[in-house]
Design a protein around this ligand. Structure first.
Ligand code: FE2
Ligand code: FE2
Length: 317
């Protein structure tokens, strides 16, 4: 296996490539995980030892469950309209992976409550946006939104894969395993929602509308996590120098142009606007191979202690 420098984005620049058929693509297993989270072990400064950037990921964990429920429901509806048995199988794998993400993140979100994270408030916010908004859209719009959400999770997953060191500043092994498991699977299934959209619709203006809604949600709604948390957790921190140092570092880690989660991935995010865009134009196969070994090796894999079952859905004609 080629050794890659995981701290710097050194992969070959994305290039358009021949897309393989669904039949040739690697299997996508549905992995059941049991992390057994414990609030006493949860590190609220997990992400590069910052409070606010870590709070961003805590808010993301809550919003993701609502996005995943929309993806599951939309994928289920459209699976029946697909003729290709291999794409159908891949949609089943997408549904299975997202169902497990949503369930396990809910377990994690309950742990966050013990750390004065406003879980109830964020659920209220997300419920209004997703359950009373997005999930009531007509199916073609939901299909586009599903592809848009999956684009953002693919961008995030690629960022995480290229910045492995960010996840090793903390001793919190379960939180690390949770995010790395999710990262791996988002990258594994990143092309499925897009392929379903292209096969059943392919309408460019519709695709861009779903992208715009996903962008507003992920760029503007989720970061409220970082903005609100100091007022809720320890308001007196607002007058301390260490808080403002943390705020500066956190801002850099999220929106910094050089290495920030969103600042450094803007060109990937907006590549979606290209009419002939495809998720696999951003080739992550080498990273996937590296992480499958690192995370799933039967002896030393970081996920191995928590993996309880792995199922590949059958192809059905
Ligand atoms: Fe997910
Ligand atoms: Fe996903």
């Amino acid at each position: 296996m080629q050794v890659v420098d995981m701290t710097v984005a050194t992969m070959t620049p994305p290039q358009a490539r021949e897309h393989t058929t669904d039949q040739d693509r690697p299997d996508i297993p549905i992995r059941h995980m049991n992390f057994g989270f414990d609030a006493k072990e949860a590190d609220t400064r997990f992400f590069v030892n910052t409070e606010l950037a870590s709070a961003y990921f805590e808010a993301l964990s809550i919003f993701l469950t609502y996005g995943e429920d929309l993806v599951i429901e939309t994928a289920r509806y459209h699976r029946d309209l697909i003729k290709d048995p291999y794409l159908k199988q891949r949609v089943t794998a997408l549904i299975g992976q997202e169902a497990l993400h949503s369930k396990v993140h809910e377990e994690w979100n309950e742990v966050l409550k013990a750390h004065r994270f406003p879980v109830t408030f964020y659920r209220f916010l997300a419920r209004n946006v997703f359950d009373h908004g997005f999930r009531r859209f007509p199916q073609p719009m939901k299909l586009s939104l599903m592809a848009g959400i999956e684009h953002f999770t693919a961008v995030l997953a690629e960022f995480m894969m290229k910045h492995e060191a960010h996840f090793f500043h903390s001793e919190d092994e379960k939180q690390r395993a949770l995010w790395m498991w999710h990262m791996l699977e988002e990258s594994e299934h990143k092309d499925i929602a897009y392929d379903v959209f292209e096969q059943l619709s392919g309408n460019y203006p519709l695709r861009i509308s779903g992208f715009a809604m996903a962008l507003v949600t992920i760029w503007f709604l989720v970061p409220l996590g970082g903005v609100l948390i100091p007022f809720i957790r320890k308001p007196r921190n607002l007058i301390s120098l260490s808080f403002w140092k943390d705020a500066k570092r956190s801002l850099d880690l999220i929106v910094g142009r050089k290495d920030g989660v969103y600042g450094s991935t803007i060109s990937h995010v907006f590549d979606y606007l290209r009419p002939d865009f495809h998720p696999n134009d951003h080739d992550t196969s080498e990273y996937l191979a590296y992480y499958k070994e690192r995370l799933l090796d039967p002896e030393k894999g970081l996920l191995t202690p928590y993996l309880t079952k792995e199922v590949v859905p059958p192809v059905r004609a």
